[in-house]
Design a protein around this ligand. Structure first.
Ligand code: ZN
Length: 244
């Protein structure tokens, strides 16, 4: 029996409470829409939101998390820097992080990437065609050559991130732009996946292909059980040092 990773879905949860058109799409919040199919697939899933104490990202909550999902947009600046550092340390120690859509501008993603993470964008109800560039990658399991979302926000290159270790998806938009929409990284012992779709006014997280990618990414980003990171002065060598 495979033990599935413990997931924490973090959402800013502001658009849904402040904008009726978003609440109409995600009445329980984007976090609930992401969490429900993961729970149905058997993952142990909890959710957390920005306005909870410590944004719901307490030491205890993170200690019980193998993979953290992150959706944010209008309140990136309200995320406490100390909490960002806490999440960063957990990632470096091996926790998986899945950054979704406008999370490209989150403090935690920019911190981990070290670049502006800026891009081009347009809200024009465009079709997005998401091509699989790495058919053998676990995050592409169960997909066809591509899948489509009938309406999405456009994100266009240049996307100012470090070259991904593995590029799983590239998106094409009706207006002609393209975008690296599934990017894998490692930082320390942690795995990071950036997945582009998920604008708040579209029902993207109810799409079966997107749900498949979300579940695949959760499995892929789980801690691999590798060695704990160790650094610093080593006065005692592993071998006896002899000098002529
Ligand atoms: Zn958006």
């Amino acid at each position: 029996m495979t033990i599935l990773p413990r997931i924490l879905v973090w959402n800013e949860y502001r658009h849904e409470r402040e904008h009726a058109e978003v609440a109409a799409v995600y009445p329980g919040g984007i976090h609930a829409a992401i969490a429900a199919p993961l729970a149905a697939a058997g993952f142990p899933v909890r959710t957390a939101t920005l306005d909870e104490p410590e944004h719901g990202l307490t030491e205890a909550a993170l200690a019980e998390t193998d993979v953290l999902f992150w959706w944010g947009h209008m309140a990136h600046d309200e995320v406490d820097d100390a909490i960002v550092s806490r999440v960063q340390q957990r990632v470096l120690a091996g926790m998986g992080l899945i950054v979704l859509h406008s999370g490209h501008f989150s403090k935690i993603f920019k911190r981990l990437m070290g670049t502006s993470c800026d891009l081009k964008w347009r809200e024009a109800d465009e079709r997005e065609r998401i091509w699989v560039l790495a058919p053998a990658h676990p995050i592409a399991a169960g997909l066809g050559e591509y899948f489509e979302l009938p309406r999405e926000e456009m994100y266009g290159e240049f996307f100012d991130v470090p070259a991904p270790d593995e590029l799983v998806f590239v998106s094409w938009f009706q207006g002609g732009e393209v975008f690296r929409s599934g990017c894998c990284y490692t930082r320390g012992a942690g795995r990071i996946f950036y997945f582009r779709p998920g604008h708040e006014t579209y029902p993207t997280y109810y799409d079966a292909h997107v749900q498949r990618v979300v579940a695949n990414a959760a499995r892929w980003a789980a801690p691999t059980g590798g060695p704990a990171l160790a650094f610093g002065h080593r006065p005692e060598p592993l071998e006896r040092l002899t000098f002529a």
